[in-house]
Design a binder for this molecule. Structure first.
Ligand SMILES: NC(=O)c1ccc[n+]([C@@H]2O[C@H](COP(=O)([O-])OP(=O)(O)OC[C@H]3O[C@@H](n4cnc5c(N)ncnc54)[C@H](O)[C@@H]3O)[C@@H](O)[C@H]2O)c1
Length: 371
């Protein structure tokens, strides 16, 4: 029998609604050991709360998130609010004794992430950070190929996330385009965790970075915008004590021709692999024998947690979000086994160290060592 888990959501916007959808069709996961339900939602905005009236498991809708934290039926809290609210709300969740799936970037800046991690260490609560794209079957295979030790000397790593959302100057100035609410790291706070998750899990920790950051439109309907919109980070990583390896991390909200393209590529002297969400069921695998070859493999729906969905179909965003939650619950229950897990607090902290160094690199036009 699967274990019931009640989840409370703080921030019922874009991502809060996606979580309701993931739990609402949880039955698609075969033999799940947990059965999560959306039990409560807190949001300052009454209109946002109203949407959750259509979720039958939802027992509490409140404008005050403390009501949700005081509710003893809730086991896990998911927080998806603007970045300036992360630190206060994450720490309040931890002090309430509940486990937490926190949204990225895990605090508005490095100092904020450090304070959150300190409370996590003293609280002992189970905490992970959201990043769902590595749960695409193709991303999982790139991870396995890179980890296999069978691709020779690793020569380069490229990981990126390209959006075209900010190309349209008529889009409104919302909190994601203002440093005071999104953070001085801008697009790196918005897209960076997605880009760092797989490389960091492979142990590819940057020792230095040179950053090229670009701003978007300074004015949009509704106000001024001051965040970095595009970030190209050129980092050095150490792999197994061999020659340093270049790693390029690309985060863009102004990428012509892109809606939501996440990609990763790891290349070695003897092999390599590449995956992009532009081809959601396809893995490109490189091998070097007598001839060099790029092989295209149709993976289909080979997700880490098996589902009722036919193996020939292609996965999409709602599927991988469920997979990420399945990994969160499995790890929380102590049976993640060999499966890929969600971003850990120390990986989130490492991403903040990298992004803070990138901002400094941009200011000084210099390579910055990451300590
Ligand atoms: N994992 C992903 O793919 C992904 C995608 C988009 C956003 N995000 C992250 O999710 C978080 C939220 O982003 P979003 O796009 O859902 O934003 P959003 O603006 O759509 O929703 C945020 C919600 O939080 C509410 N809110 C603000 N302050 C609050 C408070 N004190 N108490 C309760 N509710 C409050 C707002 O009213 C709003 O409804 C951010 O950290 C963002 O980086 C993650």
């Amino acid at each position: 029998m699967s274990k019931n888990i009640n989840v409370g959501v703080i921030g019922g916007g874009l991502m809060g609604r996606e979580v309701a959808s993931a739990f609402g069709r949880w039955f698609v996961i075969n033999d799940s050991k947990v059965n999560p339900s959306l039990y409560a939602v807190a949001d300052l905005n009454k209109e946002a709360l109203k949407w959750f009236n259509s979720v039958p498991t939802c027992k509490l809708l409140t404008e005050n998130y403390q009501d949700l934290l005081e509710c003893s039926e809730i086991d896990v809290v998911y927080v998806a609010v603007p970045h300036n609210m992360h630190e206060k709300i994450y720490i309040d969740v931890l002090n309430s004794g509940k486990d937490l799936l926190a949204e990225k970037p895990f605090g508005i800046d490095l100092g904020s992430a450090e304070r959150i991690v300190k409370v996590i260490k003293s609280s002992g609560q189970f905490v992970r950070c959201s990043s769902e794209f590595p749960f695409f079957p193709g991303a999982q295979r790139v991870y396995k190929v890179a980890k296999s030790g069978e691709i020779g000397r690793i020569l380069e790593v490229r990981s990126g996330f390209h959006h075209g959302s900010d190309l349209d100057s008529s889009k409104a100035a919302n909190w994601k385009r203002q440093s005071k609410t999104c953070g001085e790291i801008g697009v790196m706070g918005d897209l960076g965790m997605h880009v760092c998750h797989v490389p960091f899990r492979l142990g590819f920790e940057p020792s230095s970075v040179y950053a090229q950051l670009q701003k978007g439109y300074p004015e949009r309907p509704g106000g001024a915008c001051d965040t970095w919109d595009n970030a190209m980070l050129h980092a050095w990583i150490d792999v197994d004590g061999a020659e340093p390896v270049p790693m390029r991390l690309e985060m863009k909200r102004m990428a012509p021709g892109e809606t939501d393209t996440w990609f990763i590529e790891v290349l070695g002297t003897d092999g390599g692999a590449r995956f992009s969400t532009k081809e959601p069921r396809t893995l490109w695998q490189f091998s070097r024998g007598i001839e060099q070859e790029w092989r295209r493999v149709d993976l289909g729906f080979d997700t880490p947690f098996k589902t009722i969905t036919g193996g020939i179909f292609e996965p999409g965003f709602p599927d991988i979000l469920m997979q990420m939650w399945a990994a969160f619950f499995a790890e929380r229950e102590g049976h993640l086994n060999e499966c890929f897990g969600c971003v850990t607090p120390s990986e989130a902290l490492l991403s903040h160290r990298l992004f803070a160094a990138a901002v400094q690199s941009q200011q000084l036009n210099q390579v910055i060592e990451i300590t």
